[in-house]
Design a protein around this ligand. Structure first.
Ligand code: DC
Length: 222
């Protein structure tokens, strides 16, 4: 049976960096589900569809083919045959993903794909509904979070490293708004699964957070 680790939590908690490292250490595949929602957001944006227009999103969702491939061990996201990975990590793509991820037509499609991936291989999968909806029987569930100011400071650091100027308060506002949207939507809202372990990384660096989860996996699963 494939082994699965589910990692959920709010925007900017360090999920993808930490999950990627855990996967490497444990010899598992990292699946970034946020990137799939971002690709769907990009698709609707390119089609000129208003993210409020549920009927149009429901109609068009079936025309978006999101596929995941691994090239040199890195996840690549294809949208209708085009590699869009490099276009997905902007704040706008994150906001767009958060808006379109409220619709059942979008979620159904991606959840199915995610479940297929986890059934046949050992995965560390991160997102908002992995422990609650996508992989309710995951071997280990972690809810990874951090204080919103700490998350905003980390995001500012990443953006500045890439040479992009940004405003801490604006980023924190954006993070709080996205948390609200993700936690209060009707369909699969972000919440900690009852059997998930809470890991608050506000006072941890990446190494400490990775080791905390690897230890949990060794204690509970191996
Ligand atoms: O993890 P991220 O920031 O790349 O995710 C972008 C948005 O996609 C997030 O704000 C909500 C949505 N999302 C979701 O609804 N369910 C997931 N499993 C992953 C992401």
């Amino acid at each position: 049976m494939a082994k699965n680790i589910a990692i959920d939590g709010p925007a900017g908690a360090g999920k993808s960096t930490i999950a990627k490292r855990i996967a490497k250490e444990l010899g598992m595949i990292y699946v970034d589900t946020g990137a799939m929602y971002r690709a769907m957001g990009l698709f609707f944006h390119r089609q000129g569809i208003d993210p409020q227009d549920e009927a149009a999103i429901g109609r068009e969702a079936e025309n978006a083919q999101v596929t995941i491939r691994y090239e040199n061990g890195q996840q690549q996201v294809y949208l209708n045959g085009e590699n869009v990975t490099a276009r997905l990590r902007t704040e706008e793509a994150g906001q767009m993903a958060s808006r379109v991820s409220v619709y059942p037509a979008v979620r159904r499609k991606l959840v199915w794909l995610q479940q297929q991936m986890a059934a046949s291989q050992d995965v560390v999968m991160d997102g908002r509904d992995i422990g609650t909806v996508v992989l309710p029987k995951a071997d280990l569930k972690v809810y990874l979070t951090a204080d919103s100011r700490v998350r905003a400071m980390r995001r500012v650091g990443e953006l500045r490293e890439k040479g992009q100027e940004c405003d801490l308060q604006e980023i924190e506002r954006d993070i709080i708004e996205r948390d609200y949207q993700d936690m209060h939507r009707e369909e699969s809202p972000l919440r900690q699964a009852e059997d998930a372990v809470l890991v608050d990384t506000s006072q941890m660096d990446i190494d400490q957070a990775v080791q905390a989860v690897v230890r949990l996996f060794q204690e509970r699963v191996l």
